[in-house]
Design a protein around this ligand. Structure first.
Ligand code: SF4
Ligand code: SF4
Length: 379
């Protein structure tokens, strides 16, 4: 065994001992996938995620992230739990939170593990080398490196899929200026399947392997700051933070193993949560409930916006009183979606209540929503 091979094995063994499910190593090349990514950005498919456009030169050449970089070590962690898939849930009064957000914030869990791996590699070389670790946090195209290190293939739903584990994977990476043994890519096993494309309720997968984020429920419920576009609200169904549909239907997730890490087990309130209770969350309640969860990222106003869309889509009259209260919420975004939700559930009957409720000058956003509703109702 060569020295390089011996060190590579030690690093991988240590990563597995930390609890990672998959480890792969790729050279820091500029791959054809980099070009696809840049084309995707140019088409505007990233929507408002302007941070994705930052540091493009670093993503194209990791030498700008770590000078003289030789290896990218991709580590993947399975977060699948034993709860059912969204495609099996059918209670109208409940919302759906994406599987990745049921437990503890993965940045903390994965970040801690990667830091241990990084420190281990440093120690192996008596701190005479350079390393960096990232979980979503650096200018690194992690799916591209995961693919090129044989951790999995990028499926038609644009998720990274591993033949044994499926796609419920968190990814992180350690960059180093030590040359290690590289792994080979694995085959794309999507074949003629189109289940994810067919199941997407907002047609966000515009063609195999291409996602228009602007239509994707994950983007709409997590990244988008303003109002949900009218034509996409119905398609959001009961999804209130992220969306699992294109992964739930993927045959490679049918037998996905369950994670051994308790950190990702569903907090009761987050699994298929009660819409009524969520509609009643005030600022303090939101902060307290989601303090350790990725859901805090949407802020209360964005989250309640999503919950109101799900409430509207449920058509449940039992939610009307909670929606009514939000007509007076301090956030214009929340008032706007409350108006729409009430109209969706009560139809024309709601208009007498809503007509004249808001001031044209000071409540521009809500008034605009109401004007649209009146126009639609007249048609
Ligand atoms: S996450 Fe949901 S909305 Fe986005 S592509 Fe997948 S199925 Fe479509
Ligand atoms: S559902 Fe089918 S096409 Fe889509 S990612 Fe999975 S295997 Fe590929």
């Amino acid at each position: 065994m060569t020295q390089k091979s011996h060190i590579t094995t030690s690093i991988k063994d240590f990563a597995y001992s930390l609890g990672f499910d998959l480890v792969g190593i790729s050279p820091p090349n500029t791959y054809p996938d980099n070009e696809h990514y840049n084309e995707w950005l140019q088409k505007g498919f990233a929507g408002e995620m302007s941070y994705l456009k930052r540091n493009a030169f670093k993503k194209d050449d990791p030498n700008h992230v770590l000078p003289n970089i030789k290896s990218v070590i991709t580590c993947a962690l399975n977060y699948n739990t034993d709860k059912p898939y969204s495609t099996e849930a059918n209670n109208n009064e409940k919302g759906w939170v994406a599987r990745y957000a049921w437990g503890e914030d993965y940045h903390n869990v994965l970040g801690g593990m990667l830091e241990k791996l990084r420190a281990y590699i440093d120690t192996l070389f008596e701190n005479e080398i350079n390393t960096k670790a990232y979980v979503d946090t650096g200018p690194v195209l992690e799916k591209v490196h995961a693919k090129n290190s044989g951790v999995g293939w990028i499926g038609k739903n644009t998720c990274l899929i591993n033949q044994e584990i499926g796609s419920w994977l968190f990814l992180g990476e350690v960059l180093t200026d030590v040359e290690l043994e590289y792994d080979s890519q694995v085959a794309d096993r999507c074949g003629s399947c189109t289940k994810c494309i067919d199941a997407c309720p907002t047609d966000a997968i515009t063609e195999p392997y291409v996602l228009d984020s602007r239509k994707c429920i994950s983007y709409l419920t997590i990244e988008l700051k303003g109002a949900i576009p009218d034509d996409l609200r119905d398609g959001m169904e009961n999804n209130i933070f992220g969306c699992d549909i294109c992964q739930d239907v993927c045959p490679w997730n049918k037998r996905a193993p369950i994670t051994e890490l308790l950190n990702f087990n569903a907090v009761d309130n987050f699994f298929n949560p009660d819409l009524k209770k969520l509609l009643q969350l005030d600022k303090e309640g939101f902060r307290e409930l989601f303090k350790n969860s990725p859901i805090k990222r949407s802020k209360r106003r964005g989250f309640l916006r999503n919950v109101l869309v799900a409430a509207a889509n449920s058509g449940e009259k039992s939610l009307v009183s909670a929606i009514n209260d939000l007509l007076y919420d301090e956030e214009p975004l929340v008032r706007t979606h409350a108006v729409w939700a009430l109209w969706k559930i009560e139809g024309e009957r709601s208009l007498s209540k809503l007509n004249g409720l808001y001031d044209t000058e000071s409540d521009e956003m809500v008034v605009k929503e109401l004007e649209n509703i009146f126009k639609t109702q007249e048609r």
